[in-house]
Design a protein around this ligand. Structure first.
Ligand SMILES: *[C@@H]1O[C@H](CO)[C@@H](O)[C@H](O)[C@H]1NC(C)=O
Ligand SMILES: *[C@@H]1O[C@H](CO)[C@@H](O)[C@H](O)[C@H]1NC(C)=O
Ligand SMILES: *[C@@H]1O[C@H](CO)[C@@H](O)[C@H](O)[C@H]1NC(C)=O
Ligand SMILES: *[C@@H]1O[C@H](CO)[C@@H](O)[C@H](O)[C@H]1NC(C)=O
Length: 199
């Protein structure tokens, strides 16, 4: 009986480990709030999104398709997230636009999180979702702090360069971090802008 139970538990564990879900479908229903996501797949080919406490969101592990490094659409990130850019770079994700009210809410939450002296973990993307709008930070190096004032100041630049509501990103000259605004699942989704992942 004992070995039967063990066999069953092993079977269950095996099934769960293989129940990889499609990220596109998971993202489409992801509720508003703050999340941390990987810059790319790990050494086991897995891709993770967690809540801000580090709990993987339901549906993990995800199947994702690595894609060639983005050109033009976002920072020239390599698949391992290594960037050596100087000076600052920025770009627009025409014609995608955020909903002002939603994005402002998301950006406010992101700023508040940064203000609380939280660190963006090594090579992870911090993002806040409200409906379809996303406020995000991509961290290409080790754990780093972030600043809400910096976020708004870059986004003001993006608004004047790209258009009042147009999505865009700003990559710091150090290559350490980019800040941006985007649309869930769109070209301006940090999944596409910062990492070589297609959901
Ligand atoms: C995920 O689902 C979408 C649409 O439902 C599909 O286009 C895409 O190919 C799927 N991706 C994978 C990795 O199965
Ligand atoms: C990371 O990417 C850089 C730039 O493409 C490349 O030179 C380097 O070899 C990569 N490192 C790993 C561990 O893949
Ligand atoms: C955004 O979501 C809220 C509920 O969280 C809803 O009341 C509101 O109508 C939504 N806005 C848009 C533009 O869909
Ligand atoms: C960028 O990150 C590196 C490695 O973490 C750090 O040594 C450097 O001080 C950072 N530069 C800036 C401008 O934050």
């Amino acid at each position: 009986m004992k070995s039967l139970i063990i066999a069953f538990v092993c079977f269950l564990g095996f099934s769960i480990a293989n129940a990889a879900t499609n990220l596109t479908q998971v993202m489409a229903t992801l509720p508003g709030g703050g999340y941390l996501m990987d810059m790319g797949v790990d050494e086991n080919g897995l891709f993770s999104i967690t809540d801000l406490k580090g709990n993987p969101i339901p549906g993990y592990p995800f199947t994702v398709n690595p894609i060639p490094a983005p050109t033009g659409a976002g920072p020239a990130g390599s698949s391992n997230g290594t960037l050596t850019k100087t000076p600052d770079l920025w770009g627009c994700n025409d014609p995608e636009e955020v909903n002002q009210a939603d994005w402002t809410w998301a950006g406010g939450e992101l700023s508040f999180w940064c203000y609380g002296s939280n660190m963006v973990p090594k090579k992870r993307i911090l993002y806040w979702i409200k409906n379809d709008s996303i406020a995000y930070i991509c961290n290409y190096v080790g754990a780093q702090n972030c600043l809400g004032t910096e976020y708004w100041s870059y986004m003001q630049d993006i608004a004047s360069w790209c258009g009042a509501n147009t999505c865009g990103w700003f990559l710091q000259g150090s290559g350490n971090k980019s800040y941006g605004r985007g649309i869930k699942g769109g070209l301006s989704d940090p999944l596409k802008v910062c990492s070589n992942i297609q959901n």
